[in-house]
Design a protein around this ligand. Sequence first.
Ligand code: XMP
Length: 516
Amino acid sequence: VVLVVDFGAQYAQLIARRVREARVYSEIVPSTMPVAEMLAKKPRAIILSGGPSSVYAEGAPRLDRAIFEAGVPVFGMCYGFQLMATTLGGTVDNTGAREYGRTDLHVSKSGSTLFEGTPDEQSVWMSHGDACSAAPEGFTVTASTDVVPVAAFENDEKKLYGVQHHPEVMHSTYGQQVLEHFLYRGAGIEPNWTTGNVIDEQVEAIRAQVGTKRAICGLSGGVDSAVAAALVQKAIGSQLTCVYVDHGLMRKGETEQVEKDFVAATGVQLKVVDAADRFLEALAGVSDPEEKRKIIGREFIRVFEQAQAEIVAEAAGGEDVAFLVQGTLYPDVVESGGGTGTANIKSHHNVGGLPEDLEFELVEPLRKLFKDEVRMVGQELGLPDEIVQRQPFPGPGLGIRIVGEVTRERLDLLREADAIAREELTAAGLDRDIWQCPVVLLADVRSVGVQGDGRTYGHPIVLRPVSSEDAMTADWTRMPYEVLAKISTRITNEVADVNRVVLDVTSKPPGTIEWE
Ligand code: XMP
C-alpha cells in the first residue's frame, strides 16, 4: 500500500486516485495518525499531501521526523514539501510572494528521478504563500520558478522527494508522469493493482465476514448498489437476497432493467416489491417539494423494512439473516472521518414474531473504491453498460421532476418525454459529455399552442442538461442545436398534452440541478 497523508485539503483524495491510476493501491490516512501507526501498515511509499496551512501558522499540522528515517520512500507535495523542507533542516520563508494557478516550472534534469523524460520548461499548478529558499542537506534542487528558487528537491540515496506544485491536478501537464516516476523509479513499486485484484480480494473478505449466514441488499437501480450486490453475489451466491422497491417513480425501462438484465447478469435472488399504488396514494394532493421528498423517503423505508422482515421470517431460524449490504464508496468513508470499524445499524421494524432487536452487520465491499473504479469492477463482473454507466438519478425519482402534484397520468407523460430525451442524447453520443439531463414536467403550467389546425393548451417540458464533476457545482451544457431541435420536435409530436419544450440555461449555483 502507498499511504497518502492528508493535511486537510481536498487534494488527498485526488492524489490517492492518481496513484491508483498508476495501478498502485493507495489509502488515505489523517496527518494526526502517529507515525508508528503509519509504519505499522508497512507502506511501500508515503505521499504527503498539500494543505491549507502555512508551516508557520500556529497549530499547523506537523510530522514526526521519524517518518523520514524509516527507510520508506517519501514524496512531499506543496504543504507536504514545505513540511519536509523545514523538518529536515531546509529553509522555508514566509515571503508573502504568492503563486496561485498555472505557473512555469524550470526543470534541471541532471540527477533527477522525478523529471526524467519531461521538458525543461513545463506548466504546473501552484497554490502557496510560503517559499522554499534552501533545500535540506544532501538534497539536489531539480526545479525552480521565477518566484521560488527551490520548487523541487530530491535525495535518491534516502529516497526522499518533494515538489512545490500539485502534480495531481490536471493543469500540471506532466504531473502523472512525475508521480509515476516517484512510484516506479523512486520507490521501486511494480504497477500491478487492478480491479481484478479488487474483486478477488473482496470475494475472499466477504466470504470470511459472512460465513454461512445470509445477507440482504437493497437495489436502487443506481450503480453503487448494483455493483455491491453483484460482488456479494459472486462471493456468497444464494446466501444473498436483493430487494428492489418499485415506487412507480422510475424512468421508462429501469425497473425491467433491474428485474431482467441485472438478474440475468448476476443470477441473484431478487424480491421485487411493487409499491407504486402505495406511493401514489401517499403523494395524492401534495405539491410541496420538501413534503414530497419526506413522504417518498418515509414510504420507502417502510416498504423496505417490511420486505426485509419477510425475508427474515421466511429464512429458517431468522437470526441467520445477519448482514446488510451497502454500496458505500471511499469518498464517503474519507469524508465521514475515515473510520475503519464497521458500524452496526439497527433495523427498526414493527412486524410481530421477529426477534426484538435484530441487528444487521454491514457489508460494504466498495468502501475502498472511487466511483470510476466501481464502474470498472461492475464491468468486469459482467453488468450491462446501461447499469454500470448510468448517470446519477435522484432516489425520489420522477416524483421530484413533476412540479406540482404527482399523478399516474403525469408520471406516464413525463416518462415518455424523458425516454425520448435519453434516446436522442445517447444517439448523439452525448452520454459521457453530459453529467445528467433531468427532464421536468411543469404540471401546473399551461400555455397556448397550435398543432394541426387546432389550438392546444398544454404543458411545457423543461430540459436541464448539466456538466459537472461532482454535482456540487454545475454548468448548463452547451448542447448542439440539432440535438435540442430533434428532442423538441419528437416530444411535442409524440407526447400528448405537451406543446412546448424549454431549455434551462442556469448554472449551479444559483439553480440546483433538480427543480425540486
Ligand atoms: P441538486 O438538485 O441538489 O442535485 O443540485 C445534486 C445531485 O444529487 C441528485 N439528487 C439526489 N440523489 N436522492 C439522491 O439519491 C435525492 O433525494 C436527490 N436529490 C438530488 C441530483 O440528481 C444531482 O445529481
